[in-house]
Design a protein around this ligand. Structure first.
Ligand code: AMP
Length: 208
């Protein structure tokens, strides 16, 4: 059983590495931000609620997020494990997650804030499924079009400089302290996220 958490600041490569790891281990990749964005696109009640917080760079309320993730990771496809990207993000969420399941690994992919700002400014995201690209280091084969599903690439509203600052602050204040919470269980693996995508992947792969 591999119940894996991906931690790291915005732009650390969680999405990119998560996709590779999900394929390698044949596990579902559960990306909280993508689930919210999907609901926003579909215009569901959850999407409307989430949008008010997401576009400002704030967290969606815990009660809503916890319920959504609890339901998702108890589905049949998570029977042999899952990879969670974007959850938990604070202590309340970590405690809720403990009520649902037992975590086996936490991969902490770290980069500096300066690197995060540089990367997010060049990030483009696929509208349909949230696949991510970097205009310089990981460009799509055809400009503006996703390699995987041919959908349009956009710059996310919350990748604006102002929203990003807020998101990084929340990461440092509320999410990073959780490393200690999981470190007490010896689950944390630190990975240098400022290497090339291939080198980060080597480090990630070596853990499984
Ligand atoms: P991300 O794509 O992981 O940067 O997430 C985008 C946005 O979705 C975040 O800035 C939050 O507004 C919301 N979000 C994602 N995951 C969570 C979470 N675990 N708790 C609350 N809000 C979340």
């Amino acid at each position: 059983m591999n119940n894996i958490l991906l931690f790291g600041p915005q732009g650390s490569g969680k999405g990119t590495q998560g996709e590779k790891l999900a394929e390698q281990l044949n596990l579902p990749l559960v990306v909280t931000g993508n689930i919210f964005r999907h609901h926003m696109q579909e215009g569901t009640e959850l999407g409307k609620l989430a949008k008010r917080f997401i576009n400002k760079g704030e967290l969606v309320p815990d009660e809503v997020t916890n319920r959504m993730i609890g339901e998702r990771i108890q589905r049949a496809d998570c029977e042999f494990g899952f990879i969670l990207d974007g959850y938990p993000r604070n202590l309340d969420q970590a405690k809720a997650l403990d009520g649902y399941t037992t975590i086996t690994h936490l991969l902490h992919i770290n980069i500096s804030d300066e690197e995060a700002v540089q990367r997010i400014g060049n990030r483009r995201t696929c509208v349909e499924n949230g696949h991510v690209y970097h205009l310089i280091y990981n460009p799509p084969k055809q400009e503006g079009v996703c390699d995987h599903d041919a959908s349009e690439l956009e710059q996310r509203a919350d990748d604006s400089e102002e929203a990003l600052k807020k998101r990084l602050a929340i990461y440092h204040d509320e999410t990073e302290p959780l490393l200690e919470f999981y470190n007490q269980r010896n689950l944390v693996h630190d990975i240098d996220g400022e290497q090339s995508i291939d080198d980060v992947w080597k480090d990630v792969k070596s853990l499984f």
